[in-house]
Design a protein around this ligand. Structure first.
Ligand code: PLP
Length: 435
């Protein structure tokens, strides 16, 4: 607290106007969150004058780091041309083309302003497609899934926090047999959509199995329901979308976060036979949206798309894999993984994976794919350890999400990764008895 007195004062003032001084629940930290003054490259500077390496990467929206000159130039260009047209622009075509060219599942796209909105629109689309069948209203989502402020299955109680008037059904992620039974138990012809992340992002960076996703594909097809991949986070894990790694095509997909160049962004789209319902010349479905084609996002998104070549994304994901490998090694060498079902498995991740699945997770472990990962703690003192770890990393100049989520950005170099890894090693050494 002493190190952040200016942040404390700032938080006290914010509390006068926002509940708990907060407008993004996930950013609240106890006893108070720190306030950022500025950010550059991969560094955040607080109003108290402290600097942190940003390993949170704005929950994946900050893939370019801060103040990237290319994005900055694009925003300056947007400023020069004015920004509230109330009309179409060339730049929105450019972004639509960049996105549809990159993601094969996105034959046609529509823009919105957040990932939350993208998923709400995708479900609204699926329900509109099903509207001739009155009972076809159910939407299958999964525990620990997160699809935005309005659709979340990751609450501590395990109950979904869903604020939409849809008939949601909650399945267990990666449970092939259970999901088949669940769908079979539904009233005939009632399933309209299946909404799933190909890797649980906020839910802890657990990847789907190929078997699970292909089961969902088959269940959707058999039930004439739409399969929606929420790739708001995972699209960065593979140039053409994480679904393509499994060679499974959804009917609709949603995007968000970094694809707007760090500006507010979301997109939904998919098969052109479905998306053409939005063709205003046919007058079937409406989707107006004042800021759908907002000029800053369109410019920043196009600049970002040019920056993120397949090579850049591959390098970023390889850096993440290597970082996780190093952390795994530390945890194994210090005996934290002892007792995992296959301690000598060639891929540590696989041994931990099996232990987690068997309900015997180590007290500390890391999960993830490429540039996205999450540090987990298990056992009765899980929350205390998670809090200790978060504070320990801050003390070592590293900023991550409180719940352990980490997203690399392209400004992070080997030097920063080394700082991160050695801070983890110090934590493990210091708290070995508790782990
Ligand atoms: N879908 C997934 C998979 C997400 O991780 C998130 C945000 O974390 C969202 C949707 C919601 O996006 P937004 O915060 O832009 O509304």
């Amino acid at each position: 607290t002493k190190k952040h007195l200016t942040s404390k004062k700032s938080h006290d003032e914010a509390c006068l106007y926002m509940p708990g001084g907060n407008t993004r629940t996930v950013l609240h930290t106890s006893p108070f969150p720190f306030t950022i003054e500025s950010a550059h490259s991969c560094y955040l500077k607080t109003v108290d004058g402290h600097s942190y390496i940003d390993f949170l990467g704005e929950y994946t929206a900050g893939i370019y780091g801060h103040n990237h000159p290319v994005i900055r130039a694009a925003i300056e260009k947007a400023l020069d041309g004015g920004w509230n047209y109330g009309a179409h622009s060339k730049i929105e075509q450019e972004l639509a083309k960049a996105i549809c060219t990159r993601f094969p599942a996105m034959e046609m796209v529509r823009f919105v302003n957040s990932g939350t909105e993208a998923n709400m629109m995708a479900l609204a689309t699926a329900l509109a497609v099903a509207r001739d069948t009155p009972v076809k209203k159910k939407v299958l989502v999964f525990q620990k899934g997160y699809h935005g402020s309005t659709i979340s299955g990751r609450t501590p109680s395990g109950k979904p926090s869903i604020n939409l008037p849809h008939e949601f059904v909650l399945g267990k992620y990666n449970d092939v047999q259970g999901t088949k039974h669940l769908v079979a138990s539904l009233p005939e012809n009632s399933l309209a959509a299946i909404l799933v992340e190909p890797m649980l992002g906020s839910g802890g960076c657990y990847a789907a199995t190929c078997d699970f996703l292909s089961t969902l594909r088959n269940l959707a097809t058999q039930n004439k329901a739409l399969l929606v991949f929420d790739e708001v986070m995972t699209s960065r894990l593979s140039y053409h979308g994480y679904g393509t790694v499994y060679d499974i095509a959804p009917d609709l997909m949603t995007l968000g976060k970094y694809l707007g160049g760090g500006m507010t962004f979301g997109a939904f789209g998919g098969r052109d036979t479905i998306m053409s319902l939005y063709d205003p010349r046919k007058g079937q479905l409406e989707h107006p949206g004042t800021f759908n084609n907002n000029v800053f996002t369109m410019h920043a998104g196009v600049a970002g798309a040019k920056l993120l070549t397949p090579e850049t994304l591959d390098a970023l994901n390889e850096r993440g894999d290597a970082m996780r490998g190093e952390i795994d090694t530390i945890l194994r060498v210090h005996g934290i993984y002892d007792g995992c079902t296959v301690p000598s498995a060639p891929v540590v991740d696989e041994a931990v994976h099996q232990a987690v699945n068997a309900g015997r997770p180590p007290k500390m472990y890391i999960k993830g794919v490429g540039s996205l990962m999450c540090m987990h703690f298990a056992g009765p003192d899980r929350e205390e350890l998670q809090g200790l770890f978060w504070h320990h990393m801050l003390e070592n100049g590293v900023y991550i999400a409180q719940r352990g989520f980490i997203a690399l950005n392209i400004e992070i170099t080997q030097k920063h990764v080394e700082s991160f890894v050695s801070a983890v090693e110090e934590f493990v050494t210091q708290w070995r008895d508790e782990l």
